[in-house]
Write a protein that binds this ligand. Sequence first.
Ligand SMILES: *Cc1c(COP(=O)(O)O)cnc(C)c1O
Length: 235
Amino acid sequence: MVDFIERNIRGIYERISSAARKSGRDPSEIRLMAVSKTHAIESMISAASIVDIFGENRVQEAVAKKRDWPTEDRVPWHLIGHLQRNKARKALEIFDLIESLDSLDLARMLDRILAETEQSGFPVFIEVNMSGEPTKCGVAPQEAANLMDMVLNYCTRLSIEGIMTIGPNIADETMIRRTFEDARELRDTLRSTSGLPLPELSMGMSGDFEAAVEEGSTIVRIGSGIFGKRSACTE
Ligand SMILES: *Cc1c(COP(=O)(O)O)cnc(C)c1O
């Protein structure tokens, strides 16, 4: 048991609650994802009984961790990193939800594999690059409706449940908040154009999750705020 991890998580929950109350939301609407990329299984186990979701960026890393996981695993695992098509099959096997759907090609590949294995209703989020930063994955906001439409029509074994976005890598808090607000408005627009309920809005990381909660986030993705800094060479 790694003590500081539990303490960190309690602290994050408290900050989620006060951000929620500040904006008139019920704190129970917000789930906490522990982003465990690069961190050891021992650290994850300390978090497993108190977080809502694990998030991993890479399929290979998650495969190895799942293989070594010592106990029954009650927490759902979400993929939050870019998925290459040649890892799509493995990703569908080990993740409960893919938050990083960012192209029609990938959606088609996932759909084809689900058809082969006679599965359907696999939950995904569309990743949207709200800030337009070229280093970020995700579709441009103006392309999101089209991708959603295509997936609804041609990839019927996928179930789109929301959108995921990464806040801009800037210091200006007003701009960060505006980006989250834009993401929520985009989700609301997509909801009315697609007719899907789209309940989930995955946004907010260690440095900006309170603003994200105030703007409507339903899943915050916290890595360093729970597990400490990642070693520089792994990113
Ligand atoms: C690494 C990562 C996070 C967590 O970042 P922290 O700043 O460590 O909280 C959240 N979302 C995505 C997509 C990530 O890659």
